[in-house]
Design a protein around this ligand. Structure first.
Ligand code: KG4
Ligand code: ZN
Length: 407
């Protein structure tokens, strides 16, 4: 390893190679060990993913040292399997991209240190990646007609934000959650409702379980209240709904004199109402973002797109009403396939490709000490205050009308 500390002159890569580039991406920011090789022509040459979901479901949440140990145990295999699928070796790569922010520090460190090690051994450059930027830009891999700039909504167990993607390294943050992320709220609600005790939902994530259970219930049967209606911004909040859910469960448990792990009979109606309430809150914030864009001309009048991504983007009820909102506001809704909405190595490799093509943030091994992980990292420039200052009214009647027309 000592040999690697010496300085060396890194070869300049010719312009010709940029479109044909091959980038290996590594993702370990949370509970998925992901890896992929993507080339400059949007081909996914190889991929591998080890999900820790089942372990964390058994623990009732992510325990960071457990996540770290599982990343350490699997990263070698995941990267080797990716290279095997791609039928290449490390020497054939142009660079390695790795998530360095934001995320769980113990998890991020495993990926970053592994990426540094293989780059030092093979004398390849490293591209540090912002996890949320990678999520936001994934749609450009699957939809080659997606033009910049566009609006993006990222909803998962760890993220909740609404932004304008101006360029691959320029983001304007319109709003984000001031407390929980929607997936986190759904996971907690599913746990509190003991949905795992119902056989059909045993292996589902909280959000999936609530979506499936909701199909058997009435979305308007239980009023969980409205949230942040007095705040004319694009921020989100899911702590109010969390409290309302708890209050409703306690009320029903008392009403039916339930004990231990008995399930409330209203479970399906409550799941449908939770999904409705969260969807309404999200759609109202998106509506305001679209009104803001109209007033500021931040997106071109023709060809406006809303990209939806993150684990919660799999929810078909939410998609249906975001789609209706897009139709009403003259936007196109684009959602990457589910496997690319959740955490994966492909999105990191693709972000690496986009950065490599523009020669942005490329580090040679001599400079690896300048790269470090960051548990928290804002996405781009925060313009949420500008949104509030416009004081844009978005009456709930707008969503109620969409719901009525698209039931
Ligand atoms: O993006 P992701 O795989 O991981 C991160 O959180 O970064 O998202 C996982 C989240 C979980 O909270 C899960 O409950 C939620 O996405 N989720 C869903 C659905 N499928 C997964 N939420 C609502 N409806 C679904 N169908
Ligand atoms: Zn993510």
């Amino acid at each position: 390893m000592k040999r690697l500390k010496m300085n060396f002159v890194f070869p300049k890569i010719s312009r010709h190679n940029h479109t044909a580039c091959k980038i290996l991406g590594i993702e370990t920011s949370c509970d998925d060990t992901g890896c992929a090789v993507v080339d400059g022509n949007r081909n996914i040459l190889g991929e591998s993913l080890f999900s820790q979901q089942q372990t964390h479901l058994n623990f009732g949440g992510i325990i960071p040292p457990v996540a770290r140990d599982l990343h350490k145990e699997h990263i070698d295999h995941v990267v080797n399997e990716t290279l095997q699928h791609a039928k290449i070796n490390i020497q054939d790569l142009d660079a390695v991209a790795v998530t360095v922010k934001p995320g769980l520090p113990l998890s991020l460190l495993v990926g970053m240190n592994f990426a540094k090690k293989i780059c030092q051994l093979s004398l390849k450059p490293l591209i540090p990646i912002h996890h949320m930027e990678a999520h936001a830009l994934t749609a450009r891999l699957t939809d080659k007609n997606l033009q910049l700039p566009f609006l993006v909504l990222l909803l998962s167990g760890g993220h909740c934000l609404l932004a304008i993607v101006k360029d691959i390294n320029k983001f304007l943050l319109l709003g984000q959650s001031i407390d929980d992320a929607p997936g986190e709220a759904l996971d907690k609600a599913a746990r509190r409702l003991q949905l795992r005790n119902i056989k059909d939902y045993r292996h589902c994530s909280g959000g999936q379980a609530i979506e499936e259970a909701a199909t058997k219930g009435d979305a308007k049967s239980i009023d969980l209240g409205t949230f942040m209606t007095n705040y004319r911004d694009c921020n989100f909040s899911f702590s109010g709904i969390k409290n309302s859910i708890r209050t409703q469960i306690l009320k029903f448990e008392k009403q039916h004199d339930l004990k231990g792990d008995e399930i409330i009979p209203e479970i399906y109606d409550l799941c449908a109402s939770i999904q409705y309430s969260i969807t309404k809150h999200i759609c109202t914030r998106v509506h305001r973002a679209m009104e803001f864009v109209d007033r500021t001309n931040l997106l071109p009048k023709c060809n406006r797109t809303l990209v939806l991504s993150g684990g919660v983007a799999s929810n078909m009820f939410l998609r249906k009403y975001l789609n209706a909102m897009c139709d009403e506001m003259n936007y196109k809704l684009t959602v990457p396939p589910p496997s690319l909405c959740t955490d994966n190595g492909i999105m990191i490799a693709w972000n690496g490709v986009e950065k490599f093509k523009k020669q942005l943030n490329i580090y040679n091994p001599n400079d690896f000490n300048k790269i470090d992980i960051q548990s928290k990292a804002p996405l781009g420039e925060d313009i949420s205050q500008q949104v509030s200052d416009m004081n844009i009214r978005c009456p709930s009647g707008f969503f109620n009308k969409l719901y009525g027309q698209n039931k």
